[in-house]
Design a binder for this molecule. Structure first.
Ligand code: TYD
Length: 224
């Protein structure tokens, strides 16, 4: 798929690694730097995304092929309606989960990870950067349970998440950066910033010497 590129950054990782918090913080920082940012997530709030959320609590009732189809159709819509237009308009798109989640989660459910990757890359723009937030499955499960005060949906059971995490761990891609998500929010934020800054600088999107950028970099150094 060919689109005039903004920048696409995907946050990935098992449940409970703090992706949405980091996206919120990064979106705020990038807006302070004067960039046009779109923060989004998968599953989306579109029709397929809503069906996916409905099936969370009764996953066994859905055949694995149908489950995969829903995630892929949801993404197809997401790309057409939001991601591709935003990239064409030169925006910075931050997505909370993208096709690496399908490779890891539906891979853990029995599909061939390499085939899942090829299927997704046939229609979904490749991200410029993938930030993989890593924490042991037991920690992710505990955070989902305690911090969110939520019961675990079928995707969040520890055995299953261990298989998901193994697939995430096995990813090798030049665009992927591993982030240790065991620390607190600030510690994780400080690891997220350098690869993002490097990418935006490469793309010529950072006005070096701007007060907001100097402040952003100083915030991080101060706290190390
Ligand atoms: P999640 O990010 O936890 O959504 P929310 O926090 O809004 O409930 O995603 C829901 C679940 O969907 C999560 O456990 C991972 C799973 N998932 C897949 O299995 N395949 C996919 O392609 C995606 C995007 C998510």
């Amino acid at each position: 798929m060919s689109v005039k590129r903004g920048v696409l950054i995907a946050f990935e990782g098992i449940d409970g690694t703090g992706k949405s918090t980091q996206i919120e913080l990064l979106a705020r920082r990038l807006r302070e730097l004067g960039l046009a940012v779109v923060a989004t997530r998968e599953p989306t709030d579109g029709p397929h995304g809503r069906r996916i959320r409905e099936m969370f609590l009764k996953r066994a009732s859905l055949p694995p092929d149908e489950e995969l189809r829903l995630f892929v159709e949801d993404r197809r819509e997401h790309v057409i309606q939001l991601i591709a237009p935003a990239l064409a308009a030169g925006k910075v798109v931050l997505t909370d989960r993208y096709y690496f989640s399908t490779v890891a989660y539906q891979g853990a459910a029995g599909h061939d990870p390499a085939a899942l990757l090829a299927l997704n890359e046939s229609f979904a723009p490749r991200p410029d950067l993938v930030l993989l937030l890593e924490a042991p499955p037991a920690v992710g499960v505990r955070r989902v349970r305690e911090l969110r005060r939520e019961s675990l949906n079928d995707f969040e059971q520890e055995d299953y998440l261990r298989r998901v995490a193994e697939i995430f761990t096995g990813f090798h891609d030049s665009r992927l950066r591993r982030i240790d998500a065991m620390g607190d929010i600030e510690e994780v934020r400080r690891q997220v910033w350098p690869p993002v800054r490097e990418l935006l600088a490469q793309k010529g999107l950072l006005a070096t010497g701007s007060p907001a950028l100097i402040q952003a970099n100083a915030d991080d150094h101060d706290q190390i």
